[in-house]
Design a protein around this ligand. Structure first.
Ligand code: AMP
Length: 404
């Protein structure tokens, strides 16, 4: 049930992608969503905004070519029309790349914008969109504190041994080439929630969290801190994802350019947009579609699922090196929260870590429910924990706004 807008802790959360803008007004105390929506296909011939308010869904078409600034304009009008402006205390921005500048959420001023601009060279598509969102929100919500919450911040506790690539060192010192990791807000959130569920202090908990959505990453959390993660300089490294390849032999670049005349842009598109579950199955990037096809006997869909699970299990096992002791394996993200099939396949391959699945609990954990899915025979706990990045952003923004 959406709350009536009567709290003074409402935060507008903005997640600006290259052609989309996700937004929500969240009550930072209760996590209730007052209004939420998505502007998509921004800059194309058919941009639109859909939103949900008090249970009702509405779609508004934008004029052809209209992009982020217009979407935020429309959002400002929505906020005013529904009398939601007076209760807003801050705007929280999800920023994908904070480089080494940002280890926690910050109030946005010119120096922060400069830092985000610098980090944007490492993730140009995301970075530019994030900056556009910040500029447009600053212009439209004058006087409201704007707070940046970084996907990379949680992983800034990683040690050099984990974050450096074995490349010439000056690529790191001069150009910032290193592993940064992403999905930090999600890994942090599910770790805190799991510690609460297991009644264990986070600071004494060792977890591996698997955020499995369109993008997928695993994080090794030791005594509550990220010590390693599967994504790297960009969100392409690591696991097999919906359309991303994850790890490949870098020698592939030479082969594709010299033997098949690929350009850098074509290789980037191949690895980011045409690979992963989609590339193997040649059916879809959507895990549900692939599971249905696999059930119906489609061999390639089956192979895509098996490869996805094998790579994931291998990565989880590798993270036992920094952790040594595992208190819980956490599944989150659209796939992690809903796919009993993927969870059971992965847990089966990790039986040597003391993991064992409770069949019924695993089947029951879906559609946003949280719970322990390991059996009584298991020595290591497995948990499904729905993520809520928007709430973390809202809480951080509210806390920082109140300090001003
Ligand atoms: P996200 O990016 O977190 O929204 O996750 C999107 C992914 O979750 C897509 O691959 C969906 O197919 C997958 N997903 C959502 N619901 C289910 C489900 N019931 N079973 C399997 N995969 C699901």
């Amino acid at each position: 049930m959406p709350l009536l807008p009567n709290s003074s802790h409402h935060v507008l959360v903005l997640n600006c992608g290259s052609s989309s803008l996700k937004f929500a007004i969240i009550d930072a105390n209760s996590a209730n969503e007052i209004i939420s929506g998505l502007a998509e296909r921004l800059g194309s011939d058919t941009p639109s905004i859909k939103y949900k308010y008090q249970g009702k869904k509405t779609v508004l078409d934008l004029a052809s070519g209209q992009a982020h600034a217009k979407a935020i304009d429309t959002l400002v009008n929505l906020v005013k029309d529904h009398n939601l402006a007076d209760n807003l205390i801050a705007v929280g921005h999800r920023v994908v790349h904070g480089g080494e500048h940002f280890t926690k959420s910050v109030l946005i001023d010119q120096s922060v914008i400069d830092g985000i601009t610098q980090s944007a060279t490492l993730a140009p598509l995301h970075g530019k969109a994030n900056l556009l969102g910040i500029e447009a929100a600053k212009a439209s919500f004058k006087g409201l504190p704007q707070i940046a919450v970084f996907d990379t911040a949680f992983h800034q506790s990683m040690d050099k041994v984990a974050y450096l690539y074995a490349l010439p060192y000056k690529l790191y010192t001069q150009h910032g080439v290193r592993r940064y990791g992403f999905h930090g807000t999600s890994h942090y959130y599910v770790a805190t929630q799991t510690a609460e569920l297991l009644n264990k202090p986070l600071a004494h908990s060792n977890f591996i969290s698997a955020h499995l959505g369109n993008g997928c990453s695993v994080c090794a959390i030791k005594n509550g801190k990220s010590v390693d993660t599967s994504m790297g300089l960009t969100p392409l490294e690591g696991l097999i994802m919906g359309t991303r390849s994850g790890d490949i032999d870098p020698g592939l670049f030479n082969f594709l350019t010299t033997q098949l005349d690929y350009t850098a842009k074509q290789i980037d598109d191949l690895l980011n947009k045409d690979s992963g579950l989609l590339g193997i199955s040649e059916l879809s990037n959507d895990c549900r579609t692939i599971e249905e096809a696999a059930l119906a006997g489609n061999e390639r869909a089956n192979l895509a699922l098996d490869m996805f699970c094998y790579r994931l299990a291998k990565q989880i096992a590798a993270f036992m090196v920094p952790l040594q002791r595992l208190d819980a394996l956490i599944f989150t993200g659209g796939i992690g929260e809903n796919s009993d099939l993927i969870r059971s396949k992965v847990i089966k391959q990790l039986a040597f870590l003391g993991l064992d699945c409770d069949i019924q609990a695993n089947l029951d954990a879906r559609f946003g429910s949280q719970g322990i899915i390991s059996s009584e025979n298991a020595n290591t706990t497995a948990v499904v924990m729905p993520t809520n990045e928007e709430w973390v952003i809202a809480q951080d923004a509210a806390n920082i706004a109140q300090e001003q």
